[in-house]
Design a protein around this ligand. Structure first.
Ligand SMILES: [Fe+2]
Length: 264
């Protein structure tokens, strides 16, 4: 009878133990892989749900934004109508300023939404005149210094009316700053140079163009050549030199022409 050597027995036991360990390890690894696959599937599912939720929220936000824009347009229209009802001239004047400002802005290279907002600012630039007493606003003759001080408050009133509309903050600033001057001698705050919003500097030039080209009971209108000369004379003092240059260039090219008023 052959006796199985102890050393061989130990080797056999070692091999068996190794095989069992390998089998167990493989089982554990397979289990881990299954778990990882489950986690991967779960993550993909969560991502899909998250994407669906995000696109739903985006759609909701877009719809809210559209409603807000519609409300915005209605608000602006109502404000412009209230202003026009107070003084016919103001309605025409605002449309004209909007037109001139648009031409100047395009000449300066502005475009799209920025010009649309600028035009909205123009339509509302004298909104604060709603708060000025008729005896001063509609006075046919020249104003006394005291009356002029009251008129000078209209940019503040305009901004105050628009202030609660936070989505119109840029337009509120245009309304508040349209009577500021490049040299800091304007009102209400005496802002200087590019501390004044660009759109407000453009409105100041457009406003002056309409004031000079409109027939008023107390003042005769002037030709566009005279307007261009007057703008050049005041560039760098009353007006932003770049906005002035753009306006003069548009006049010389024939892009900026006088708009006729319908209500007076
Ligand atoms: Fe004004």
């Amino acid at each position: 009878m052959t006796i199985f050597p102890l050393s061989n027995l130990l080797i056999l036991l070692g091999i068996t133990a190794g095989g069992v360990a390998f089998f167990l390890l493989k089982k554990v690894l397979a289990e881990r892989e299954r778990n990882l696959d489950q986690i991967k599937d779960q993550t993909l599912e969560w991502n899909r749900r998250l994407e669906a939720e995000v696109s739903k929220r985006t759609r909701d936000l877009e719809s809210t934004h559209r409603n807000l824009e519609a409300a915005y347009l209605e608000t602006v229209t109502a404000l412009v109508e209230a202003m026009t009802a107070k003084d016919n001239y103001l309605g025409d004047h605002s449309h004209n300023v909007s037109h001139y400002a648009g031409v100047i802005a395009e000449e300066m290279g502005l475009a799209g939404e920025r010009i649309e907002r600028l035009k909205m600012g123009c339509e509302l630039h004298d909104l604060g005149k709603i708060a000025i007493p008729d005896s001063i606003l509609l006075k046919p003759g020249p104003l006394t210094p005291e009356e002029f001080e009251v008129i000078k408050q209209h940019p503040v009133w305009g901004a105050r009316i628009l202030e609660p509309l936070t989505f119109m903050r840029d337009i509120t600033e245009m309304v508040n700053q349209e009577h500021e001057r490049w040299d800091g001698k304007g009102y209400p705050r005496g802002l200087r140079g590019d501390r004044i919003r660009l759109e407000a500097r453009i409105i100041a030039v457009a406003d002056a163009i309409d004031a000079m080209t409109s027939h008023r009971p107390y003042r005769k209108s002037v030709s566009l050549d005279e307007v261009a000369a007057e703008l050049k004379r005041n560039a760098g003092s009353q007006f932003d030199p770049q906005a002035t240059e753009a306006a003069v260039s548009a006049i010389e090219k024939g892009i900026l022409t006088v708009r006729s008023n319908t209500n007076h």
